[in-house]
Design a binder for this molecule. Structure first.
Ligand code: TPP
Ligand SMILES: C=C(O[C@H]1C=C[C@H](C(=O)CCC(=O)O)[C@@H](C(=O)O)[C@@H]1O)C(=O)O
Ligand code: MG
Length: 536
């Protein structure tokens, strides 16, 4: 077995021993030793290999696989811009604490600066965005490097999982590889041995971060449950504004009810990412804000957090009058939203979100695109028990969302529905490119609310009628794209559905990947949201 083949075979073997189930591979030559080793592991049923041509979609496919399974997912690619294309996925993984491993093949380091082809300073490329940057020395004939290789893999996986830090996230694992890059004449030679019984080379237990903080719940309190929040049974009695991807700890509180309430205390769990009324509350100096997070970091956008920890030691109970007021205002907001939807003359993304979230049942997985879809879901529904809701809230990008949905669906045993906007769909339509024979989701429905542009901007300052002369081109960005033709090019079934047919269409049994496109209007969104607020 030549040195590069031996090294690659050991690395793949140790990844499998470390609990990796899925690996995404992009074609290249420098990473050929890893490609051969991964193909062999896939053929032996030890790992599920996913080939992707485009490293950008590969990275977000891995994000989807990782957030749905909780397992580290390596993405393997050749040197050069192939590695740089993982940038957006690494950013998302950093801020959303997703265990990704960018496993980049590299030219031998001595080639740096020589003008050698496809040779860049890729070690360290992701800077502070990764939890660790690990490299391996070149494999050499006759050197006993097995233990170094295997222990490095264990360090990579531990860093990605946050095993000792409580802070899962992306890791860059850069491996310089020297020719020969293809297996020798004796490809069946034995792999340098791992630990007995398939164990990992280095084992460790998850560190537990335990930082208790005292919180008195007799003070009028709301909980803001944001992305990445842990479950907090100690807050079960406290009115909770939960983002769609977060647990609903206590009685549901609608985000639009917040401005009508005067809590004296707020408890953040996870990281709030969605609503301005939430941001305004958390910035109010008259409100005592606590942050409970599971990892070493906590959010404090306004610098108003008075105390933080990983566990609340609660005393007291919410006042009955406070609970009653929160419940009344939450119900009022719920009614106002649905009532205005029924009165609004044109179908909008908010209408589509209401249909999709109403259709979700226990066992389903829902993935929400950035921009309006995730916000619309928050306005028309509360997190449902048994429905897993995912969204790339790390940096709220509209990139890679189709790929993320495909990855998440590949790891979910039941139905996955993705609700995304048209720009989000167009941004990552290449995520539909799944090569012949590659694993495909059993049941993924991508619902595209197509308002021919960026509906979110209608609701922001730039959507004010005073900017009408400028708005449409530089914010609305109408495109007029034929989504049916695009889906046809990717060989994915597509159906244009009237809004009032969407419930029925979602109920049709699905096998594989399909796109349901719903034409919506963004021109009346500002008025619709204003009408809802006027009813509060
Ligand atoms: C990669 C990336 N580029 C740009 C943005 C800024 N942005 C946020 S929402 C949005 C428009 C989204 O439009 P669409 O997906 O159609 O959803 P809609 O707002 O229409 O519901 C853009 C461009 C972003 N978040 N991420
Ligand atoms: C479009 C971008 O992001 C903006 C999207 C929505 C945010 C927002 O305020 C929506 C309305 C609401 O939640 O009340 C907006 C914000 O946080 O102020 C974001 O900037 C973008 O390009 O950043
Ligand atoms: Mg749109």
């Amino acid at each position: 077995m030549n040195p590069s083949t031996a090294q690659a075979t050991v690395v793949v073997d140790e990844l499998v021993r470390g609990g990796v189930e899925d690996v995404v591979l992009c074609p290249g030559s420098r990473n050929a030793p890893l490609a051969f080793a991964l193909q062999a592991a896939d053929a032996a049923g030890r790992v599920r290999l996913h080939m992707r041509i485009d490293e950008r979609t590969a990275g977000f496919l891995a994000v989807g696989l990782a957030i749905s399974s909780g397992r580290p997912v390596p993405i393997v690619m050749t040197s050069g811009t192939a590695v740089a294309n993982l940038g957006p996925a690494v950013l998302e993984a950093n801020y959303a604490r997703v265990p990704l491993v960018v496993l980049s093949a590299n030219r031998p380091y001595e080639m740096l600066g020589t003008g050698a082809n496809q040779t860049i300073e890729q070690l360290g490329l992701f800077g502070s965005q990764v939890r660790a940057t690990v490299s391996l020395g070149l494999a050499e004939d006759g050197l006993a490097q097995n233990s170094q290789w295997r222990s490095a893999v264990c360090r990579v996986l531990a860093a990605a999982r946050g095993t000792r830090s409580g802070n899962a996230g992306p890791v860059h694992f850069d491996i310089p590889l020297r020719e020969p890059l293809v297996p020798g004449r004796h490809p069946d030679e034995l792999t340098p041995a791992g630990r007995p019984n398939g164990a990992a080379w280095t084992t460790t237990q998850n560190a537990t971060l335990d930082v208790p903080i005292d919180i008195d719940l007799s003070i009028d309190t709301v909980v803001i449950s944001g992305h990445g929040s842990g479950h907090r049974p100690e807050l079960a009695g406290v009115p909770t504004v939960a983002e769609p991807t977060a647990p609903l700890h206590g009685p549901p509180l609608h985000p639009l009810a917040l401005p009508l309430l005067e809590p004296r205390q707020a408890i953040i769990t996870g990281r709030p990412t969605l609503h301005r009324p939430v941001a305004k509350l958390l910035a109010n100096p008259a409100v005592a804000v606590f942050a409970l997070t599971t990892g070493p970091r906590w959010p404090d956008v306004s610098g108003n957090v008075v105390g933080t920890g990983t566990r609340a030691v609660v005393t007291g109970s919410p006042r009955a009058a406070w609970l009653a007021r929160c419940q009344k205002l939450a119900s009022h907001a719920d009614v106002a939203v649905r009532e205005q939807l029924s009165l609004h003359p044109k179908p909008t993304g908010l209408h589509v979100a209401a249909v999709v979230t109403d259709a979700m049942e226990p066992g389903d997985q829902l993935l929400l695109g950035a921009s309006n879809p995730v916000r619309d879901a928050a306005l028309v529904s509360y997190p449902k028990p048994g429905v897993r809701v995912l969204s790339n809230r790390g940096v709220a990008g509209i990139d890679g969302t189709v790929s993320t949905a495909v990855g998440a669906a590949l790891k979910h045993p039941g139905r996955t529905v993705a609700l995304i906007g048209d720009l989000t769909f167009l941004h990552d339509a290449a995520g539909l490119l799944m090569g012949i024979g590659e694993p495909r989701p059993d049941d993924l429905t991508i619902v595209v609310a197509n308002d021919d542009g960026g509906g979110i901007f209608e609701l922001l300052e730039q959507g004010d009628p005073q900017y009408a002369g400028v708005f449409e081109r530089v914010f609305g960005t109408p495109h007029g794209m034929d989504l049916a033709a695009l889906c046809s090019a990717y060989r994915v079934p597509h159906r244009l559905v009237d809004p009032d047919q969407l419930t029925e269409a979602l109920g049709v049994a699905n096998h594989g990947v399909r796109v349901l496109e719903v034409t919506t209007e963004r021109s009346g969104l500002r008025e619709l949201h204003a009408a809802v607020r006027a009813r509060l």
